[in-house]
Design a protein around this ligand. Structure first.
Ligand SMILES: Nc1ncnc2c1ncn2[C@@H]1O[C@H](COP(=O)(O)OP(=O)(O)OP(=O)(O)O)[C@@H](O)[C@H]1O
Length: 320
């Protein structure tokens, strides 16, 4: 049986009956990185804040680490990096971490070593004694991440953890996330930076206009379209005009005079040998076939557009 660290059933938090997040039912397995993706205002932060007990749900229920949300037990082993954080800027990094260490009840005798450990992990060693006032946004994000890790949490919510970081900082945070996962921690990651998340997520949930559109294993979700890039002799173009019915689409990509590259969409992956057989039998010279991997952005757009299409149909049906 899968051990779920987060389980929600129709979890809803709306503001005066509007926006927020609505009927979210999902599961997050232990030891995974779950990417919660959605456009600005889709409802990601509302969901996380509701899970953490900072907002009271208006419907449904949920549990974290086996405890109902809102309970002290549920929050004890959870770390959180909020999206819009503002720390008292007259404090130094170390002083901020000491305050947080006190809040999470870290024994005094352990504080020094735990603080220097988290400071090193977020790449702030040597800068922690400076005042937050002088920190760049990226440094503030790093010190926030250090605060979230202080209690050695089992589950860590990161709300847009890389939004203020430069490309190197982003890579470091991705590596830190992977390292935490390898230690058995579960990471729930809110983001709209899709290309960022692609390499680090095991599971993905897509939220659009407050509702969960799809969620599941990223590896499986990316199989939304079976596409191959096919390179043939330019003089074979005629053969591509009449393709078998399992070819759902073809899109011209490139022509170098002698060869042409096409993007072919199939109804299923197993069709590739069949298609090649058919083309070669007709005398086509096939130079290259490359299976196309869908990017997270493509998968995201696919599901969001599908949802928009359904909403449009539902809206239309309501008006006829
Ligand atoms: N306190 C509030 N009162 C009223 N509406 C709110 C409140 N907080 C959020 N909303 C609305 O709920 C919706 C979801 O907001 P939320 O901040 O959860 O989205 P998000 O996906 O985290 O967005 P972003 O990526 O921009 O942070 C938005 O339409 C927002 O305007």
């Amino acid at each position: 049986m899968t051990d779920y660290v987060i389980e929600t059933w129709d979890l809803t938090k709306q503001y005066n009956g509007k926006a927020g997040c609505k009927n979210i039912t999902l599961q997050v397995p232990r030891g995974s990185v779950f990417g919660f993706l959605g456009q600005n205002g889709a409802g990601k932060s509302t969901f996380v804040r509701t899970m953490l007990g900072l907002l009271h749900p208006t419907g449904g229920k949920a549990q974290m680490l086996g405890y109902p949300i809102g309970s002290v037990e549920a929050r004890k082993k959870v770390g959180y990096l909020p999206e819009l954080f503002r720390y008292p800027d007259w404090l130094t990094g170390t002083q901020l971490l000491e305050h947080h260490a006190e809040l999470v009840g870290l024994p005094r005798s352990e504080r020094k070593s735990v603080i220097s450990n988290v400071v090193a992990r977020v790449g702030m060693a040597g800068r922690e004694k400076e005042r937050i006032r002088g920190f760049s946004k990226g440094m503030q994000q790093r010190i926030g991440l250090a605060c979230a890790l202080l209690s050695d949490p089992e589950l860590i919510f990161l709300d847009e953890p890389t939004s203020a970081l430069d490309p190197i900082g982003r890579k470091e945070v991705r590596e830190l996330i992977a390292e935490l996962r390898d230690q058995g921690k579960t990471i729930f990651l809110n983001s709209h930076l899709l290309s960022e998340m692609e390499s680090v997520c095991d599971y993905v949930g897509i939220i659009h206009r407050s509702e969960l559109v799809v969620h599941g294993e990223w590896r499986k979700l990316r199989e939304v379209a079976e596409q191959v890039e096919l390179t043939v002799d330019a003089e074979n173009q005629k053969l591509l005009e009449q393709l078998p019915p399992y070819v759902l689409g073809k899109e011209f990509m490139h022509n170098d005079g002698e060869q042409q590259r096409w993007l072919i969409t199939l109804d299923q992956n197993k069709r590739v040998p069949e298609l090649l057989g058919a083309l070669i039998t007709q005398g086509a010279a096939v130079h290259e076939v490359v299976r196309k991997q869908q990017s997270l952005e493509e998968v995201f757009l696919y599901w969001v557009q599908k949802k928009e299409g359904e909403a449009h149909v539902a809206h239309h049906e309501n008006h006829v």
